[in-house]
Design a protein around this ligand. Structure first.
Ligand code: SF4
Length: 183
């Protein structure tokens, strides 16, 4: 199984979620957000391909890591392949964070215009989702783990149980961000 990536795996990140993390940079994104820092990741057929089993093998070498983070591009353009990596990572005791330009509501709406096969199954293996497109007018450099104030840090397990987004409020700062905590 080949997954399309935009960059090679970052093995040691401390900015893409809590603790030491490996980051999987997927290729392909349909959101085309104005001000996106990484337009080269948009083309669904660009980047390079890598065997999922080789990624899993690389992750199995990690010793001190808290988890992995899917970023991109948008990982939800390749949900079934990301699912395989997430499943294996869970078996290794790693937690899973994921960035996406889709909203949680879009990801769980099977009747939605954008819904893709495999989204729910991948979502079930994610611990924390940072959702929504980057909105230039809502850009805030003080936010933790996010680029703009519309994006949310979501506890996926609780959110799937309640079928509505439940925020991880420990990552919000009331001083700098009244909008998000009021949601
Ligand atoms: S979702 Fe992310 S990668 Fe995609 S266009 Fe928006 S900022 Fe760029």
């Amino acid at each position: 199984m080949l997954i399309r990536l935009s960059h090679k795996i970052t093995r040691d990140s401390i900015v893409d979620g809590p603790g030491l993390r490996a980051v999987i940079w997927t290729q392909g994104c349909r959101h085309k957000c104005q001000g996106c820092h990484n337009p080269s990741t948009h083309d669904l057929n660009s980047g390079f391909q890598m065997e999922v089993k080789d990624i899993i093998e690389e992750l199995s070498d990690l010793k001190l890591h808290k988890g992995i983070t899917f970023s991109g591009g948008d990982p939800f353009e390749q949900p079934n392949l990301c699912l395989e990596i997430a499943r294996a990572s869970k078996d290794m005791g790693l937690d899973i964070w994921c960035y996406t330009g889709y909203t949680f509501e879009e990801l769980i709406n099977k009747r939605g215009r954008k819904y893709k096969e495999g989204w729910i199954e991948f979502l079930k293996h994610i611990d924390v989702l940072i959702d929504g497109p980057f909105v230039l007018e809502k850009k805030n450099l003080l936010l933790k783990f996010r680029g703009s104030e519309n994006q949310r840090i979501i506890d996926v397990k609780k959110s799937l149980r309640f079928r509505m987004p439940v925020l991880l409020e420990e990552y919000y700062d009331i001083q700098t961000e009244e909008v998000a905590v009021a949601r």
